[in-house]
Design a protein around this ligand. Structure first.
Ligand SMILES: Cc1cc2nc3c(=O)[nH]c(=O)nc-3n(C[C@H](O)[C@H](O)[C@H](O)COP(=O)(O)OP(=O)(O)OC[C@H]3O[C@@H](n4cnc5c(N)ncnc54)[C@H](O)[C@@H]3O)c2cc1C
Length: 458
């Protein structure tokens, strides 16, 4: 429990309403997108950088840890409260300070929801390319914390490619700015890139300079339908081999087609082994050529290839894709989202690997993938209340990670390490690299105050 004097001081800093210490409130901040849980001593929601600084100093005086949190949608246990910690929630820091269309920069606070930023940018015919499927809920601070990807990343890159600078409160309470609105990189170490993807263990992000782009003039959305998931994966490899870069190349297998169809009624055939959602964008005069080239490649294997004819149809397809994770809840009570990435050309082998893991461990796996990036999310469906089944699922998850490493891939493409993947990090990195990780953490946070226990143990 937090000492009364600490609660009083927190309320003085952020106002009475922005401090949570009651049991029910704390319970709801104990979860994130994983099946893990923890309990914080309190939750505090600042509105300004100055308040963040005051909170950090107060927590330091009382030797209490801080766990930064955006919307809590991460899939790696990144916001699960550690022992003796207070959650610092950024959901009240929601100002869009500036949208500078001349310099292609927007300056925002970390609690701005990705979708809300897109809506404001759209009014000026601009957009922010990183768009995780959770974009209607997840915050820019959380996107920075995890270096999130999304459906557009095949062509446009991930969050780190769109962060020009950051304002960060360090564990000692000092404020630094890395980068800024300049398009070229900053001199010296690229501190921006060290912080992006650092999952809140190095500093608290209080302002973000994001790079924005003009909305492409046109886009076309296509659906390629396959008998088998292996066939769909072959089209992915063929498109990549042909040197074509669609904006989006997303895959859903039969299980997810059916769980999403149950409520979206997008008209995706329920007997299909898999679908690819393919999108291209650019100048109107380029569209027909791009669609034809992709269609020609897909049709060599796909049993059907369609181009969406209306905005409603496009919307339905995307609603299916974006709701894939949640849709499986009707099949089994629990699911584990895996996040592995392989070099694009190894995508078909990774799909084979997932099917093998499902068979070897006797588990049900649905696959959704940012296929163009080589990023797969095998969803393992189970019942967490069954201990034996849960242990089998964990063994299958480990096998998926090892399979990705065998294919020269990585144990996490976009969901981060957090608590969930921490135990596999040294399988990907050498002891010397692990030591370098530790030293970076300690140089920012020598007494391990920010988000302790995430990514690496100190
Ligand atoms: C249905 C669903 C779909 C998803 N789809 C995708 C997807 O397509 N691509 C993808 O990459 N991810 C996806 N995710 C995962 C998740 O949504 C992303 O990781 C997202 O960026 C997290 O944002 P958040 O606001 O929820 O952050 P949180 O979960 O609250 O935090 C994420 C991390 O950032 C840290 N953090 C948060 N704010 C700050 C701050 N101000 N300063 C310092 N550290 C901070 C936290 O400590 C934590 O380590 C999905 C999740 C769900 C549930």
């Amino acid at each position: 429990m937090l000492a009364k004097t600490v609660v009083k001081r927190l309320k003085e800093i952020v106002g009475e309403k922005n401090v949570v210490t009651d049991k029910v409130g704390l319970f709801s901040y104990g979860y994130d997108g994983t099946l893990l849980a923890g309990q914080a001593l309190g939750v505090v929601s600042p509105h300004t950088t100055e308040q963040v600084v005051e909170i950090v100093k107060l927590m330091n005086e009382h030797n209490i840890k801080l766990v930064p949190r955006g919307a809590g949608t991460n899939e790696s246990g990144g916001t699960i409260p550690s022992e003796n910690s207070v959650v610092i929630s950024f959901t009240k820091m929601t100002k869009i300070h500036e949208i500078d269309t001349e310099n292609f920069v927007a300056v925002v606070e970390p609690g701005v929801i990705n979708f809300d930023l897109q809506v404001e940018l759209e009014k000026k015919k601009f957009y922010f390319p990183p768009d995780p499927s959770s974009f209607k809920a997840s915050t820019i601070g959380g996107n920075v914390g995890e270096c999130s990807g999304g459906p557009k990343c095949f062509k446009y890159g991930v969050t780190r490619d769109y962060i020009l600078g950051l304002e960060v409160v360090l564990p000692n309470g000092k404020v630094i700015q890395t980068g800024g609105r300049n398009f070229q990189s900053e001199p010296g170490y690229d501190l921006t890139r060290i912080i992006v993807g650092s999952e809140g263990i190095l500093g608290l992000v209080t302002k973000v300079f994001v790079r924005i782009l003009p909305i492409p003039r046109t886009k076309k959305t296509m659906l390629a339908i396959y008998d088998k998931v292996e066939d769909a994966s072959q089209t992915v490899a063929d498109i990549v081999a042909a040197g074509i870069i669609p904006t989006t190349l997303e895959l859903m297998d039969n299980l997810l087609i059916n769980t999403t169809e149950d409520f979206t009624h997008a008209g995706i055939p329920r007997d299909a082994g898999a679908v690819l959602i393919i999108e291209v964008d650019g100048y109107p005069e380029d569209m027909d050529g791009q669609v034809k080239t992709i269609g020609d490649i897909a049709k060599t294997i796909a049993k059907e290839f369609k181009v969406a004819q209306s905005a409603v149809e496009v919307d339905q397809i995307w609603t299916s894709r974006r709701s894939a994770f949640g849709s499986v809840a009707r099949v089994r009570p629990s699911y584990g989202v895996n996040d592995i990435t392989v070099p694009r050309s190894n995508f078909p082998k990774a799909i084979e690997g997932v099917l093998k893991v499902a068979k070897d461990f006797g588990v049900t796996i649905g696959v959704v993938a940012h296929a163009g990036d080589g990023n797969l999310h095998p969803l393992i469906l189970f019942d967490q209340r069954n201990k034996e089944e849960t242990e089998t699922v964990h063994a299958a998850e480990q096998a998926l990670c090892m399979m990705a490493l065998d294919l020269e891939g990585t144990i996490s493409g976009e969901h981060g390490i957090g608590l969930v993947k921490k135990k596999y990090l040294d399988k990907e990195f050498t002891p010397a690299a692990m030591e370098a990780f530790r030293k970076v953490k300690l140089s920012f946070d020598p007494t391990n105050r920010f988000n302790p226990g995430k990514i690496i143990d100190i």
